[in-house]
Design a protein around this ligand. Structure first.
Ligand code: 2BA
Length: 110
């Protein structure tokens, strides 16, 4: 048994969840926040057998599309030299998804 964490953009969550549930995967959605941009994103938890992990990743990849470049403000870091660059634009790559696959030691439904 594996547990897949998929961090996806908020805009993609409906399509990903719909596609996964259509294929009978169980999904739990968590409202999360990226530490760098401090913007909301969505973390999906999907527990499945090892032989289905690639199928889940393929579905997430298909629904989330490719990475995009966006320009954002530098994060505000209080008391640091970065204070003056709070309005300075910078480009970061976002989109697609960040996926972690973890071994599950024990799985029970009681
Ligand atoms: P954020 O932390 O808000 O990061 C948004 C995007 O900013 C990242 O996109 C990356 O392109 C850039 N970025 C993040 N940290 C950076 C840094 N220290 N310096 C420069 N640029 C940085 P993604 O890589 O697609 O990540 C999207 C979201 O996925 C992240 O939102 C975070 O919530 C999560 N994530 C990504 N990698 C992670 C990891 N290794 N562990 C935990 N969460 C992760």
């Amino acid at each position: 048994m594996k547990l897949i964490y998929a961090i996806v953009r908020y805009d993609n969550e409906d399509e990903v969840i719909t596609a996964l549930t259509k294929k009978h995967f169980s999904v739990t959605k968590l409202a999360t926040t990226g530490g760098f941009l401090k913007k909301g994103n969505t973390t999906l938890l999907i527990g499945t057998e090892e032989e289905h992990v690639q199928e889940v990743i393929d579905i997430v990849k298909h629904e989330c599309g490719s990475r995009q470049k966006i320009t954002v403000n530098m994060p505000y870091i209080s008391g640091s030299a970065m204070l003056n660059s709070a309005t300075m634009p910078m480009t970061v790559e976002v989109g697609g998804a960040t996926i972690f696959v973890i071994d599950v030691e024990r799985y029970e439904k009681i």
